[in-house]
Design a protein around this ligand. Structure first.
Ligand code: NCD
Ligand code: ZN
Length: 361
């Protein structure tokens, strides 16, 4: 195998992930842990992970499920509501139980019904987070019925994020799963305390893929995929080597029956194919040498964590993505359909390598 057919990078991390709970957690966790060493776990369970006690209990369930597999560390988040107490947030952060807090505007996405109605209501929480250096992770969409769903991220940046950055000049903020040129420009033009995550599907898919050849419910997520020019802007910035943009899959499994429905829910399950998809995109952009920074260095750098010692080995070895990942029990009958199901993908994760001495690329 030649160098061009084998890629060894530092083991990456997933800075935005939905693992769910119970049988679904057990079904989806191995797909993440086979590659990623750490993941920031989103708190939008039902009911949400809104207290330190909830987060500690959820972390225990994840660790119990991960046992026996590759080393995997979940980094827990707290779900902010209108009534979140700054003391609770600080307690969780100082105790090392919660890593960050997540802002869902109420109703913006899956399980966001308990989210925040107006950021003014959580000003004391944001002030405390700013003081203690705790990052705020943001689902950046307004929810006003009068704002077109394709404009909700850009409007959020103008109406909510830009003022928040001014009002809390020390707050560390991650704009999650960005989808627009407006978001790229805002983050690239912003201070170092502002960053963004980018998903594999927003790099590979635009709204034509979702709608032009029949409606594709498995490509529906929030923020919804936009027109092709936005996808191109995301591909450019992700592969550019800009340290404020890093990997976050937003892998979000839902049972097939929930996706293929009169009112299908938002979320794409990409964990079985995530690193393979990113590698494909970076190769298409002629930027494979930028993958390691995006996947393994920039996120850790932003969050002030060491990079992982192990490596991840990718090989050019075409394989077909499974149609379905089974979930035990009745809760998710029919299983979950992964991103790129049934398609052939050139890169394959071959395994985790031992700690590397010095640079691996
Ligand atoms: C996520 C989910 O299903 O939990 N769905 C999605 O479309 N991305 C929630 C989210 O991150 O918005
Ligand atoms: Zn998400």
């Amino acid at each position: 195998m030649t160098g061009a057919d084998r890629l060894v990078i530092r083991r990456p991390d997933d800075w935005h992930l939905h693992l769910r709970d119970g049988a679904m957690l057990a079904a989806v966790l191995p797909a993440t842990a086979r590659g990623f060493a750490r993941a920031v776990v989103m708190p939008n369970l039902v009911p949400p992970v809104a207290t330190v006690r909830d987060a500690a209990a959820y972390r225990n369930r994840i660790n119990a499920t991960a046992k026996g597999g590759a080393r995997f560390t979940p980094l827990m988040t707290l779900y902010l509501t209108d009534s979140t107490d700054p003391e609770e947030v600080e307690k969780g952060f100082n105790a090392g139980v919660v890593f960050a807090a997540k802002l869902y505007p109420r109703g913006a996405t899956t399980n966001a019904e308990s989210g925040v109605t107006d950021v003014a209501r959580i000003a004391p929480v944001l002030a405390r987070m700013e003081e203690i250096g705790m990052p705020l992770l943001v689902h950046g969409e307004v929810t006003d019925a009068g704002v077109d769903v394709f404009d909700r991220e850009a409007v959020f940046i103008d109406r909510v994020l830009a003022p928040m950055m001014k009002d809390f000049p020390g707050l560390r903020v991650v704009l999650e799963h960005i989808t627009t040129t407006e978001a790229v420009d805002f983050v690239a033009g912003g201070p170092e305390r502002l960053a963004a995550t980018i998903t594999p599907h927003h790099l590979m898919v635009d709204r034509n893929h979702m709608l032009a050849d029949g409606i594709r419910p498995h490509l529906f997520c929030l923020p919804v995929v936009k027109r092709a020019s936005h996808r191109e802007a995301l591909r450019r910035i992700a592969t550019s080597g800009h340290p404020q943009f890093f990997l976050g899959t937003d892998s979000a499994p839902h049972a097939v029956a929930e996706k293929e429905a009169a009112c299908g829910c938002a979320g794409i399950f990409n964990a079985p194919v995530a690193m393979e998809a990113y590698a494909t995109v970076f190769e298409e952009e002629g930027a494979l040498d930028a993958l390691e920074n995006f996947a393994a260095h920039f996120g850790a750098g932003f969050y002030g964590l060491p990079v992982n010692e192990e490596t991840l080995i990718l090989e050019r070895d075409p394989w077909t993505v499974p149609e379905i990942v089974d979930v035990a029990g009745a809760a998710a009958r029919g299983g979950v359909r992964p991103f790129l199901a049934g398609e052939t993908i050139n890169w394959r994760v071959a395994g985790i390598g031992p700690p590397s001495k010095g640079p691996v690329l």
